[in-house]
Design a protein around this ligand. Structure first.
Ligand SMILES: CCCCCC/C=C/C(=O)SCCNC(=O)CCNC(=O)[C@H](O)C(C)(C)COP(=O)(O)OP(=O)(O)OC[C@H]1O[C@@H](n2cnc3c(N)ncnc32)[C@H](O)[C@@H]1OP(=O)(O)O
Length: 400
């Protein structure tokens, strides 16, 4: 293959571009309409395919020119069908190599190309995973994430929200990266997975600037994409198979609070607060909190939080069952991590199976509630109440 013979920086640059120039990022931004095509007898679903496209970006090892061309060709075939562009000129080496690879797939059906793409990525991931397992420095920070810091140590995978200057507000990229991190953590050799925040906040919830990037389809498309992203995001928490722990180092707002109902342990610093100002924002509960909160704290207290936006102290959240234990801020990190390191030595399978027994009978219900909450929010985001509240925050940096 012409490009494989290219050496040095030029070849590397081309090949990285061959994969990077695929519309990976646009698929991250616009998962709408595509993510919920169900799995068919033909093989990989569109969602598996989207996920494989995202995983390519996180490969630890460069897969080499030939594989990148194969990925490129399968991607084009899966998304556009048989090669439909004119053959590039003889001296246009890069585009000719790409064209040849795509054209070589002939009339391969889109579904088969999609499946082959998913299989290829899965093979690349497992070989890169197994090579990383033997590395002695397996407990180092994982690369490939921009909004998170992920470390694995003492059988604990720690996912740290890392936008401290924005109080760890969840932007679209962070939602996507958290989903990828959860998927990876569900398969790694850790026994428990921990979320925490960097800086003084745990998280200020949804990044309100997420509402400003309007796609060509307008605000309706934006709302639809948001609802799909939200639903996928919360689904990952519902389905997460290992004990999931929140180390709430400071104030928590919005969606960072609601999903706590899907965690197995919530440890809080006495500096933490818990605030869900949905009505103030013209919005409604998500993260399955319309179901989990009344169940955890009783209807009256859940209503105070979810409808009236009452902010709870860590002590109040503990009294209402949302928080497992509160620690003084001065000793928080030390006490919590000592505890978690001890827990992480417990037998992995016993913990996983226990979680399954405790949670599985609710899963279907939680998925249905998540779908309903997401679709209600899709409408809410188009309401004057919501638009005005968000505009107010963005224009005046109004504090709630
Ligand atoms: C796919 C979409 C799914 C959506 C699901 C639905 C989710 C719902 C929610 O999560 S609702 C909750 C949304 N969050 C908020 O309403 C909080 C808004 N922020 C604030 O009220 C305040 O910033 C604060 C109380 C968190 C902190 O106040 P303060 O200590 O005074 O700090 P600053 O306000 O100066 O904040 C520093 C810096 O961060 C920016 N920032 C903080 N939070 C957010 C946010 N949620 N979205 C966007 N930006 C945020 C803030 O603007 C400052 O930026 P600047 O330094 O000015 O550039």
């Amino acid at each position: 293959m012409a490009v494989v013979g290219l050496s040095g920086r030029l070849a590397r640059c081309y090949c990285l571009r061959a994969v990077r120039s695929l519309p990976v990022c646009s698929s991250l931004r616009v998962p709408a309409l595509q993510l919920h095509v169900s799995k068919t007898a033909m093989g990989a679903s569109q969602k598996d395919f989207e996920s494989a496209v995202n995983q390519v970006k996180l490969l630890k090892k460069d897969p080499g020119n030939e594989v990148k061309l194969k990925l490129y060709a399968l991607y084009k075939q899966a998304t556009e069908g048989p090669c439909n562009t004119p053959k590039p000129g003889l001296f246009d080496l890069i585009n000719k190599a790409k064209w040849d690879a795509w054209n070589a797939l002939g009339d391969l059906p889109k579904e088969t190309a999609r499946q082959n793409y998913v299989d290829l990525v899965s093979g690349l991931r497992s070989s890169s995973d197994s090579s990383s397992q033997v590395k002695p420095e397996a407990d180092k920070k994982q690369a490939g994430y921009e909004t998170l810091v992920i470390t694995s140590e003492d059988h604990i995978t720690k996912i740290m929200l890392n936008r401290p200057a924005k109080k760890n507000a969840l932007n679209t990229q962070m939602y996507q990266e958290i989903m990828l991190a959860l998927e990876a953590a569900s398969k790694d050799d850790s026994t428990i997975t921990v979320f925490t925040g960097s800086g003084d906040y745990y998280s200020s919830g949804n990044d309100l600037t997420n509402f400003t990037d309007i796609p060509p389809g307008g605000v309706e498309e934006k709302a639809k994409n948001g609802a799909i992203l939200l639903r996928d995001f919360v689904d990952c928490f519902i389905d997460f198979p290992k004990p999931l722990v929140a180390v709430v180092n400071g104030p928590a707002v919005g969606i960072s609070v609601t999903v706590l109902g899907l965690f197995d342990l919530v440890y809080a610093s006495d500096r933490a607060t818990f605030h869900t100002p949905f009505s103030h924002l013209g919005q409604t509960p998500e993260g399955c909190s319309s179901y989990t909160f009344p169940k955890i704290m009783g209807l009256a207290k859940a209503v105070e939080m979810l409808i009236f936006g009452k902010k709870l102290t860590a002590g109040e959240a503990y009294a209402q069952g949302l928080v497992t234990e509160v620690f003084p801020d001065s000793t928080f990190e030390k006490e919590v991590w000592t505890r978690l390191k001890a827990y992480s030595k417990l037998p992995r399978n016993a913990m996983r199976i226990s979680k399954q027994i405790i949670r599985n009978h609710e899963k279907e219900k939680l998925h249905a509630i998540n779908a309903e909450e997401s679709s209600i929010l899709q409408e809410r985001w188009l309401s004057d109440e919501c638009v005005n509240a968000v505009m107010n925050f963005l224009s005046q940096k109004a504090k709630l």
